[in-house]
Design a protein around this ligand. Structure first.
Ligand code: GUN
Length: 292
């Protein structure tokens, strides 16, 4: 069994991005600039956005954090999105989700200029991804593919079972892995909360992507010998052992599953560290106008 070290790969890619930025700036090019809009004070969102801003600094990007209180009106937020759409200094921007209930997330996403949508959430990017055109691919699916690539994991002709059908992970990762590409060329099965007898599918899988948000859902007897298991779960569970008072739990019962695998990602330290890196890569592509 080989552990997929997302933290190490993310650090390696961060160094590669920093070097590319250094060269761009050294040759008179523009330093990439990412903006993030954060609404309210949700603990998880605060942590994620702080981490995005910190990573921008580490790779040499400029970053701008725009904050609103949770009672901001939808109209005011949409006006800010429009302002960023037209700000030539901003290469890409994100609106951290979730948003307060009185604001339509879909409306906000669709107002973002798809050419600056480094989250890859705009329907133009999602649609282009689905038909294999250049686009901004959302962070978690892009991070998963990058891990498969960096560990030279064979995907062609493999049976990949995706657990979960979210717009952010399940649907896009299934879509990407069925493309005529590497990583890709997989035969796909997508299982979800209404699937009958999930074990029947997972036991046949060469690659399992667990993205249900259900702690330790995937047990040892659900996995074939030699399978590749990618754990996308990050559920916070209360813990007396940590300073923060919680611990991250994946969707995989790691101790049971790991001995059966050829490759497996841990939680934390697997897919998680890759997601911010994918956002940084998209921002660099936006700055270079590589895609649009
Ligand atoms: N909330 C949780 N993950 C994400 C993400 O990747 N992008 C944005 N904008 N919000 C999120």
């Amino acid at each position: 069994m080989q552990l997929i070290d997302g933290k190490a790969i993310a650090a390696q890619i961060k160094a590669e991005l920093a070097e590319e930025v250094r060269q761009i700036v050294a040759t008179g090019g523009k330093r990439p600039h990412l903006a993030a809009i954060l609404v309210g004070h949700d603990g998880g969102s605060e942590t994620y956005v702080a981490s995005k801003v910190r990573t921008c600094e580490e790779v040499g990007f400029q970053s701008t954090l725009i904050r609103y209180e949770a009672d901001v009106s939808e109209a005011e937020l949409l006006a800010e999105v429009e302002r960023l759409n037209h700000d030539d200094d901003i290469d890409g921007f994100i609106v951290q989700l979730p948003l307060p209930k009185h604001i339509s997330e879909q409306k906000v996403i669709e107002t973002i200029d798809y050419r600056k949508d480094v989250d890859g959430f705009h329907p133009v990017n999602v649609g282009r991804m689905a038909i294999g055109l250049p686009c901004f691919v959302s962070a978690t699916p892009a991070g998963i593919l990058e891990l498969l690539k960096r560990y030279h994991i064979e995907t062609s002709g493999k049976h990949c079972v995706v657990l979960g059908r979210s717009n952010i992970v399940g649907k896009p990762v299934a879509n990407l892995l069925m493309q005529k590409a590497y990583p890709g060329d997989c035969t796909l099965t997508v299982c979800h909360s209404r699937t009958k007898d999930i074990k029947k599918y997972t036991r046949d899988a060469d690659i399992i992507i667990a993205a249900l948000g259900s702690p330790e859902f995937l047990k040892g007897d659900m996995v074939k010998e030699g399978a590749v298991v990618i754990d996308v779960g990050t559920t916070r569970v209360a813990s007396a052992e940590t300073k923060s008072g919680f611990k991250l739990k994946g969707d995989v019962a790691f101790d049971e599953v790991a001995p059966r695998c050829s490759f497996i990602t841990p939680v934390p330290g697997g897919v998680g560290p890759m997601t911010i890196i994918s956002l940084m890569r998209n921002t660099l592509l936006a700055g270079k106008k590589t895609i649009y």
